[in-house]
Design a protein around this ligand. Structure first.
Ligand SMILES: Nc1ncnc2c1ncn2[C@@H]1O[C@H](COP(=O)(O)OP(=O)(O)OP(=O)(O)O)[C@@H](O)[C@H]1O
Ligand SMILES: [Mg+2]
Length: 250
């Protein structure tokens, strides 16, 4: 393997009763890689995420993060190692300002011991990168939906992740707002030391704009992977999920 592996899943399986939600999946995500994960409803994408962030333990298989076996590690320890996620439904503390919300992440995330002033400096840098600096003193509950997504992103970034996991960040947004968020995520990869971003998304335009590599799941397994231009044209994927090759790709 050429570039360095950050996350490795080896033969990971997760069952819920009779359902095999994730079926013997092996995959590697490299440092600084932008990966999109797609697939029809029920394909196992969110379950895969929850295995990586520790909400679920696999029935079989191993998960290695940054050289450490995290298979049985609780979620908070994974956060300390540099695994961060955002939630499908943003849940900032509405009564706090934007800056305060992000400061909480900076003070409690990762293995750093920042004092309050250092934390606030870091917070302002992050707010600048995600484009919320002008709104830093606003009460969080007053933000628009896309702004709340950006805040959620900023809170995750404040924990200095090496791997950022994003589940459906652009769902329900206008194409313009979605493009803005995707561009922000790419900027984060470029400007911060956040190594990797993995994105689960049903909006193919956003996936194509974002991902260097797309992993397509179906019935708990990896159906295929590769550059978006190839994966989104794949006959099997079109049949089970896309319906047709997106017009902007033709
Ligand atoms: N907590 C659970 N208990 C029982 N079954 C579950 C649970 N979570 C997921 N499943 C089942 O596992 C399979 C995979 O679900 P998962 O949520 O991972 O799919 P997904 O790819 O994220 O789908 P979507 O695109 O709809 O979000 C589905 O059959 C689902 O019903
Ligand atoms: Mg899901």
């Amino acid at each position: 393997m050429g570039e360095e592996a950050l996350l490795v899943l080896e033969n990971v399986t997760k069952r819920f009763g009779g359902i095999v939600a994730v079926d013997n999946v092996s995959l590697t995500i490299r440092r600084r890689e932008l990966v999109g994960i797609i697939g029809p409803n029920g394909a196992g994408k969110t379950t895969l995420f929850n295995l990586i962030n520790g909400v679920y333990k696999p029935d079989t298989g191993r998960i290695i993060f940054d050289g450490i076996d995290i298979t049985n590690m609780p979620p908070y320890k994974r956060v300390e190692l540099g695994l961060a996620r955002t939630f499908q439904i943003p849940r900032p503390w509405g009564a706090l300002t934007v800056r305060e919300n992000v400061a909480v992440g900076a003070l409690f995330g990762s293995e750093r011991n920042l004092n309050v002033l250092e934390a606030l400096e870091e917070v302002d840098r992050i707010l600048e990168i995600v484009g919320l600096y002008e709104k830093r003193n606003e009460i969080s509950s007053k933000l628009t939906v896309p702004e709340k997504k950006l805040l959620e992103l900023a809170r995750a970034l404040a924990m200095k992740p090496k791997l950022l996991l994003l589940d459906e960040v652009v769902a329900g947004m206008s194409p313009a707002d979605a493009d803005k968020i995707v561009d922000t995520i790419k900027r984060i990869r470029d400007e911060l030391d956040v190594a990797v971003v993995a994105l689960v998304e049903h909006v193919m335009r956003a996936v194509a704009r974002f991902a260097e590599r797309v992993i397509a799941m179906h019935q708990g397994r990896i159906l295929l992977e590769g550059p978006p231009q190839e994966v989104l044209r794949d006959k099997r994927l079109v049949e089970i999920y896309l319906g047709e090759i997106p017009s902007w790709l033709r």
